[in-house]
Design a protein around this ligand. Structure first.
Ligand code: F6P
Length: 541
């Protein structure tokens, strides 16, 4: 199979020409609004409960037309439809990509490889619910018959980022009966913090690892067992561990009872897995109903996309990122939620976009010939305004920004004195930043130091409140954008071979460190040998 070179198409050439014309004409946002009073309305879209204002982009109607033509030429709609239909679109791993199946309503079939996977999803969801009910009611107790008070999720990457982000985002919906903590880093300080103040008799570990082979997760899971075993006994400590994995055998070998192993599947990519049993800790914290509402929110956007992938909002936003990346030479995108509890959203999104689309070859292995994923970074507003916004406004690098803001304060702070005013201040700051970026300041009395040039693009995503459903909608909005970007570039958004070499090298270096091999006698490259020598010397100081 030979992949199409999208950069060699007339649609790509037309966009390149169009970009050059806009750039030569000095297209500016203020001018776009001045000459087009309908722009704010026309360039505001809805998807589910999300209102997406994309009017402050360096794009005209013609740009959008040309981008949609590019998407059509790239076969974006067909790629998205194939993904939703369970075809093996992850060609390098030979797998379907069916995280959308996790949010399919009960009773609807989802067939992949000739098998309807819906019953397995429903059965696992039921097991998750039963487990959470048993945990919260005290029916599932620890080995010494004490109720479980704390759940510690041990996992990394997709087995932590989404669940930790959702757990934080949905703080207002936690029942409060059970505390949930997340440990990912192999740095011993991470587990130490995760275990601080806990009693092994009242603690349950959820080891989340799709492959159950991730070094950090296994090291932390072993260390957690070593922490619990002296208090509870080795066998009894096993009762304090459950697993979420697609590799049941390895989890059982680790010592987890088969009935305590929750399934995930090959066709759910780790970074898209928060709707699977990988979200067990989230369900434990917020309850089955709220978890279901989050899935329903994701489904709302899936349906929006399925209704017409060619013109959906995620398609448009994905195309705008291609526009900047490939036709404006822009390298990064800032994601700034004006919500304290969405502070981990950008961290989650970094894996979704950068692990998915940080690729340099097309499906057939040929070089892409254009730039792919942008670097995603950011942090919560208003804190971000006192940190990196200076660069957004006056730096020499243009950074398109995504602002996310909620119309109402979080449910649990609505009644707090002054919350409404402070929330309004939050919203005002968000809108002000988008305006300042777009329109800048008039030459401030001729003082160039004070001048903000403006003309810097942003999207504002406005939602009613940070509910489980809205969170699900936001997640799916970005998941689908990522798939659209990948489809345009003709890359596989669903593998991640780039992370493997580092793991192999780390294994070899760790083995040498443990064996005490003299750096010069190792088989590593000269710079690593030199680092090893410095490391030894510093260790011995
Ligand atoms: O970083 C590589 C990666 O494979 C991610 O894709 C994945 O989310 C993470 O490691 C954890 O993998 P696992 O769930 O198999 O432990």
């Amino acid at each position: 199979m030979t992949s199409m070179d999208i950069t060699a198409t007339s649609e790509w050439a037309a966009l390149a020409r169009h970009a050059r014309e806009l750039q030569a004409a000095g297209v500016d946002l203020a001018g776009l609004f001045e000459t087009d009073p309908d722009r704010p309305g026309r360039c505001t879209s809805t998807a589910g409960e999300l209102v997406i204002d994309w009017s402050r982009h360096l794009a005209t109607d013609e740009t959008v037309e040309l981008l949609l033509a590019l998407a059509e030429r790239a076969g974006v709609a067909a790629r998205i439809e194939a993904m939703l239909a369970g075809e093996p679109v992850n060609v390098t791993d030979g797998r379907a990509v069916l995280h959308t199946a996790l949010r399919t309503p009960a009773g609807e079939a989802v067939v992949t490889g000739g098998v309807d996977v819906a019953p397995a999803i429903a059965a696992e969801r039921e097991r998750m619910g039963a487990f959470v009910r048993a945990l919260c009611s005290g029916e599932r107790r620890g080995a010494t018959d004490l109720p479980i008070r704390t759940v510690v999720n041990i996992g990394i990457g997709g087995s932590q980022l989404g669940p930790a982000m959702a757990h934080e985002a949905l703080a207002a919906f936690r029942s409060g009966d059970l505390e949930c903590r997340f440990v990912s880093n192999v740095d011993p300080a991470a587990l130490a913090a995760g275990l601080d103040g806990l009693d092994p008799a009242e603690t349950l570990f959820i080891v989340v690892s799709k492959g159950f082979a991730t070094a950090e997760t296994l090291a932390n899971a072993r260390a957690a067992r070593d922490w619990a075993a002296p208090v509870l006994g080795f066998e009894a400590a096993g009762r304090h561990f459950v697993a979420v994995t697609a590799n049941r055998r390895r989890a059982v070998e680790f010592g987890i009872e088969p009935y305590d192993v929750f399934a995930t599947w090959d066709w759910v990519g780790g970074r898209f897995s928060m709707g699977s049993a990988a979200g067990l800790a989230v369900m434990a914290a917020v309850g089955e109903e709220n978890f279901a509402a989050m899935l329903a929110g994701m489904r709302t956007i899936d349906e929006h996309v399925a209704a017409g992938p060619a013109a959906s909002v995620p398609t448009l936003l994905g195309l705008l990122s291609v526009w900047y990346r490939d036709f404006w030479g822009i390298q990064t995108r800032a994601v700034v939620p004006y919500s304290q509890r969405l502070r981990l959203f950008g961290v989650w999104l970094q894996q979704v976009i950068m692990e998915s689309n940080g690729k340099r070859v097309r499906l057939d292995g040929s070089p892409v010939g254009c730039d792919t994923a942008e670097i995603v970074w950011g942090g919560p507003g208003t804190d971000s305004q006192h940190s990196f916004h200076q660069l957004l406004h006056q730096g020499t690098t243009v950074v398109p920004a995504d602002f996310i803001v909620l119309a109402r304060p979080d449910a649990d702070v609505v009644g707090v004195a002054g919350a409404a005013e402070r929330h309004e201040a939050l919203v005002a700051n968000c809108f002000a930043q988008a305006a300042a970026l777009a329109f800048g300041s008039p030459t401030a009395e001729g003082d160039p130091h004070r001048e903000l040039p403006g003309n810097r693009p942003s999207t504002v995503i406005l939602a009613p409140a940070l509910t489980p459903s809205v969170l699900g909608q936001l997640v799916a909005l970005y998941e689908h954008q990522t798939a659209v970007q990948g489809a345009v570039w003709g890359i596989n958004s669903f593998d991640q071979f780039g992370v493997e070499l580092g793991k192999t090298l780390a294994d070899g270096i760790a083995a040498d460190l443990q064996a005490g091999t003299a750096p010069a006698d190792t088989g590593h490259d000269p710079s690593t040998k030199s680092l090893l020598a410095h490391y030894r010397r510093l260790r011995e100081l």
